[in-house]
Design a protein around this ligand. Structure first.
Ligand code: ADP
Ligand code: MG
Length: 322
């Protein structure tokens, strides 16, 4: 039975690639980085009841999103995705149709990101547990860390912030399936790791520090500042905000709050030395890129309002232990 499940996985997800000498079917995979490259490796859990709800989120979306968010960490290093390993625990009722649809979503993500499934583990559990290891490649020494931001660097962000949080709130309010709002769920169920932008930045060595916005701007900028030993000023008016229809704004969904504290956008937040900042175009690979602030020597993160009013920007994003 377990072997049949593994066969189903293998039949549906890309699993053959040049550099993969031994893939699914042996005790372990054997692979080599291309000549002169470094591995960039990450692991990510996606758990029923914590990260998704089986009653709300379709198996296809679960398959796509689990791999997209794991791959976003590779984007945030400026690396190129190559292989992944899938550790999967399933209840019996999810081993046929649910699994097939889950795998078709995961296969779509794998093809889109250039990933090959190199192995994994399959077991039984009362709820769905997904653990994904993603392996990427980068030129030696080129991966962009959180720790390189310096005072005076300009802070950039890709895309729009708060879109995934808006989708999550609609799901929580029970109106996510409402035809009127359904298209606002896009980013919540289908995040897009910014692979081309990450590689564009590392190729030119523009970025001094980089992170993906998985926990929210306030929290993730805090990670960059803590790792770099610096502070930051963010200009509220410059933040590219989620579009919230007036009807939803009246329900208390405020664009700035969604953008600052909302998680799961999986955009790239990065810093560029001031003298290079002018060379960053408004769009890279079709993705808008916006300057939102500056790194400061003072180890404090502040949000500057439209009238010059300054308030501390405290980490208010996603933290499973809070
Ligand atoms: P072992 O008992 O030696 O760990 P398994 O029966 O768990 O072997 O796995 C057999 C092969 O199938 C291995 O190559 C493993 O990587 C692969 N495999 C198992 N589960 C998955 C999965 N969910 N996705 C991809 N490959 C898998
Ligand atoms: Mg095993």
């Amino acid at each position: 039975m377990e072997d049949q499940l593994i066969e189903r996985v293998r039949g549906r997800v890309p699993h053959l690639a040049g550099g993969l000498r031994v893939g699914i079917g042996d005790d372990a995979a054997v692979m080599a980085p291309r000549k002169g490259m470094e591995w960039v490796v990450t692991v990510d859990a996606f758990l029923e009841g914590v990260h998704f709800l089986r009653k709300v989120h379709s198996p296809r979306d679960v398959g796509y999103k689990s791999l997209a968010r794991a791959t976003s960490d590779i984007a945030a290093m400026g690396a190129q995705p190559r292989y992944f390993l899938l550790s999967l625990a399933l209840p019996s009722e999810c081993t046929s149709r649910w699994l097939d649809e889950f795998l078709s979503g995961m296969a779509a993500a794998a093809r889109r990101f250039g990933l090959t499934l190199a192995g994994g583990d399959t077991t039984k559990y009362p709820s769905v547990l997904i653990n994904l290891t993603v392996i990427g490649e980068s030129d030696p020494g080129r991966a962009v860390l959180r720790s390189g931001a310096r005072p005076g660097d300009i802070i950039f962000v890709s895309g729009r912030l708060g879109e995934a949080e808006l989708g999550l709130r609609l799901v929580q309010l029970g109106i996510g399936k409402n035809r009127r709002w359904k298209k606002l769920l896009g980013k919540h169920v289908h995040p897009e790791p910014r692979l081309a932008l990450g590689q564009w930045l590392t190729g030119r060595r523009y970025a001094t520090a980089m992170i993906d916005t998985s926990d929210g701007l306030s929290t993730d900028l805090g990670h960059i500042c803590a790792a770099s030993g610096v502070g930051a000023s963010v200009f509220a008016e410059k933040i590219p905000l989620v579009n919230v229809p007036p009807g939803l704004q009246r329900m208390g969904l405020a664009p700035l709050q969604l953008a600052v504290d909302g998680g799961e956008d999986y955009e790239l937040l990065f810093t560029v030395p001031k003298r290079l900042a002018g060379r960053v175009p408004r769009k890279v690979a079709g993705v808008p890129v916006t300057a939102i602030g500056e790194i400061t020597r003072r180890k404090e993160i502040v949000l500057v309002g439209s009238r010059g009013n300054v308030k501390p920007l405290r980490p208010g994003g996603w933290d499973p232990f809070r």
